[in-house]
Design a protein around this ligand. Structure first.
Ligand SMILES: NC(=O)c1ccc[n+]([C@@H]2O[C@H](COP(=O)([O-])OP(=O)(O)OC[C@H]3O[C@@H](n4cnc5c(N)ncnc54)[C@H](O)[C@@H]3O)[C@@H](O)[C@H]2O)c1
Length: 282
């Protein structure tokens, strides 16, 4: 069975669907957004797979522990786990809570430099959702996987107890101007992944990361081209450097593949699903 945090929409839901299409007997979608959970669960179930929707804030350890316990109660174990939640929605909420708009902030003369324009609170939120959320998910997924039995996958292949992947980013390797909170949090995702990979391998568990490429998901739609958001031409430049826009299925196939026992010696990597973005110096 597969356990997907941030699984209610976007890449996370596409990946939950992919596990379903590839024959998982169950999928648990874990998300903070109850409306999106209802929708996301329906989509997974439309492929004939049992789906458990669990409302969780991945920044809260007790929530993550509860989600793992509920999934194990229903399905007996967790074979595949994916952390696919981001932090940006929290930034926006935070700005609203502080009663300030992005536009208002950029107009302040002291804050015209994007390096210092970020709210310190944005940085903290980025770290707590992206980094702490991935740490907590990885920690409790691993604790569960370490105590479950091996699965014999095929003759001659090392038996597998489980496999995890975390959603990293191109910003786990490189930065762009104005991305300080996101970049810092995505470097932390890769650090967590690498350290966990070394701890997990003695238990026949692998932990990897993927960079899912550039795709205009619901997360990015309100940001790309918005006032003080990501300028449209920057986004177009990213897609051009990638070769073209990514498609959901191109990401989900890789996501399922990296957890497959056929990838038994692949551990602790950040696999770039980016059409060559990161090697393209042009
Ligand atoms: N879209 C892209 O081009 C792109 C590029 C690089 C990396 N990524 C990464 O891919 C991942 C998914 O992005 P997406 O574009 O599909 O985002 P999305 O916003 O469409 O979906 C993310 C889901 O995570 C949930 N979530 C947010 N905070 C949460 C919390 N505290 N607890 C539980 N769930 C929470 C949201 O409710 C949402 O359903 C992210 O890690 C993002 O950084 C996306």
């Amino acid at each position: 069975m597969a356990f997907v945090t941030g699984g209610a929409r976007g890449f996370g839901n596409a990946i939950a669907v992919a596990f379903s299409r590839e024959g998982a007997r169950g999928v648990a979608v874990i998300d903070i957004n109850p409306q999106a959970l209802t929708e996301g669960k329906k989509i997974v179930e439309s492929f004939g797979t049992k789906c458990l929707a669990i409302e969780v804030d991945v920044t809260k350890e007790e929530d993550v522990e509860r989600a793992v316990a509920e999934a194990v109660k229903d399905f007996g174990r967790i074979d595949y786990a994916a952390s696919v939640h981001p932090s940006s929605s929290k930034y926006d909420q935070n700005r609203k809570l502080m009663g300030m708009t992005s536009q208002g902030i950029s107009q302040h003369p002291l804050l015209s430099n994007p390096h210092i324009r970020h709210f310190t609170e944005d940085f903290r939120k980025g770290m707590v959702v992206n980094s702490t959320g991935v740490f907590l998910s990885t920690k409790h997924e691993l604790r569960q996987m370490m105590k479950q039995d091996f699965i014999e996958v095929e003759e001659g292949r090392v038996p597998q107890r489980g496999a995890i992947f975390n959603s990293a980013s191109v910003n786990s390797q490189m930065a762009i101007v104005g991305s300080m909170p996101y970049t810092a949090s995505k470097y932390a995702v890769l650090g967590t992944t690498k350290a966990a990979a070394l701890e997990a391998r003695d238990y026949s568990i692998r932990v990897n990361a993927i960079f899912p490429g550039f795709l205009l998901t619901d997360l990015l739609k309100p940001i790309v081209g918005a006032v003080n958001g990501l300028p449209q031409e920057v986004w177009a430049g990213c897609e051009a450097r990638q070769g073209r826009a990514a498609k959901f299925e191109e990401v989900w196939h890789v996501a399922v593949l990296i957890t497959s026992p056929r990838m038994s010696l692949v551990n602790g990597v950040n696999l770039f699903v980016d059409g060559g973005f990161t090697i393209n110096e042009a």
